[in-house]
Design a protein around this ligand. Structure first.
Ligand code: ATP
Ligand code: LTN
Length: 335
């Protein structure tokens, strides 16, 4: 226990709003298995966040299990980290309410994800979509983490979490640790294969490669990936002028560990007709063991249940300590 207390703490979540894709994997998730060796890690399925957009209940239930199997298959050994489902730890919702009262309407209005998602779901701009970053701040602050490993798109949410925590600490003393975002250098923002100007996202399945997809489908998507219309047809890292090629290079670099320089040399004098299938092959090979392991785990529902139950129990203990402290500080009467 003493040893565990000394370890730095990490917290991160993924929404079960769709299947895991290579943006999630090659961005943050791929690094998590190394982190669990070094840090005390809490990884959860953010089901409370997911209902900000309307979900089919049976699909949401299935996805949570699939994602949990995906987490473990990606190398998150449940013996070495805490894996749980957000709605199983009520402290997330309870702290979110308190933090709502320390978050300004104006700062939430500036969140780009709110602006994007409300534009895409114009018929359901609900209050949850607006206050989502406060729930995310609660998810984080409950565990007093040092780092929050996420993709580039979540940086703004980690920043508002820091602002909320600083505001609260300013009133009540050092209640919360102020966490840092932890963003991978390569893979921080994997772009869509069909529209490389936009982020790869599960809501746009054409340009998105899923972790559990069949190899032939993955290959087809890479062969059709948008590159560029210049005559040069050479593999060169130039994100402003050749965003499609730069994205494929980023994916190849993340999957193989090669540098952009190595990749330019490897494909020197060869056109995209050689490069694109090579990226596809590298991705297929990276994903193969993950897919096979996830399929195996999904057949063992009792095991998955034992993992998320044990995870929630541990998370509830840690989160409960922070929530208790917060309730006391704001002046709630002890029950
Ligand atoms: P989507 O836009 O695909 O619906 P999301 O942002 O809602 O995704 P989550 O599945 O909750 O995604 O994201 C889990 C993690 O993956 C987050 O840390 C997020 O920053 C990261 N991530 C999502 N998309 C990408 C991407 N295209 N490139 C790199 N990281 C990504
Ligand atoms: N908002 C994130 C998912 C998420 C998260 C978190 C990430 C919810 N709570 C806490 C890190 C820490 C997303 O949509 N990708």
């Amino acid at each position: 226990m003493a040893e565990e207390l000394k370890k730095k703490v990490m917290v991160s979540g993924i929404q079960p709003s769709g299947d895991l894709h290579i943006g999630n994997y090659l961005g943050p998730l791929r690094h998590w298995p190394e982190m669990i060796e070094e840090f005390d890690c809490y990884f959860f399925l953010a089901d409370l966040h997911t209902i900000t957009v309307r979900q089919e209940p049976a699909v949401l239930r299935r996805r949570v299990l699939e994602l949990l199997a995906g987490y473990i298959a990606c190398g998150l050994d449940p013996e070495k980290c805490t894996l749980f489902i957000q709605s199983h730890v009520p402290a997330h919702s309870l702290l979110a309410w308190v933090l709502d009262c320390y978050t300004m309407f104006g700062e939430l209005s500036r969140m780009t994800q709110f602006k994007d998602k409300s534009a895409r779901n114009a018929d359901n701009i609900n209050a949850g979509l607006f206050t989502y970053p406060v729930l995310m701040a609660a998810d984080i602050l409950l565990y007093q983490p040092d780092f929050v490993p996420v993709g580039e798109d979540q940086k703004q949410h980690v920043e508002i979490c820091r602002d909320i925590a600083n505001r609260f600490n300013g009133v009540y003393g050092d209640v919360f640790k102020i966490p840092e975002p932890y963003i991978a250098k390569v893979g921080a923002r994997i772009m869509s294969l069909s529209t490389p100007e936009t982020k790869m996202s599960k809501s746009q399945p054409e340009g998105c490669v899923f972790l559990m997809e069949k190899p032939e489908d993955i290959m087809r998507k890479f062969k059709r990936a948008v590159t560029d219309s210049d005559r040069e047809h050479c593999v060169r890292y130039d994100p402003s002028n050749k965003p499609g090629v730069a994205n494929l290079m980023q994916i190849y670099a993340a999957a193989t560990g090669k540098s952009y320089e190595d990749i330019e040399k490897e494909f020197d004098g060869q056109g995209y007709g050689v490069f694109k299938p090579a990226v596809g092959e590298a991705v297929v090979e990276t994903l193969r063991p993950i897919r096979e392991e996830a399929e195996r785990l999904l057949k063992d529902k009792a095991y998955l249940q034992s993992v998320y139950r044990a995870g929630a129990e541990r998370a509830r203990r840690v989160a409960g300590r922070t929530l208790g402290k917060v309730y006391k500080k704001v002046g709630f009467t002890e029950p």
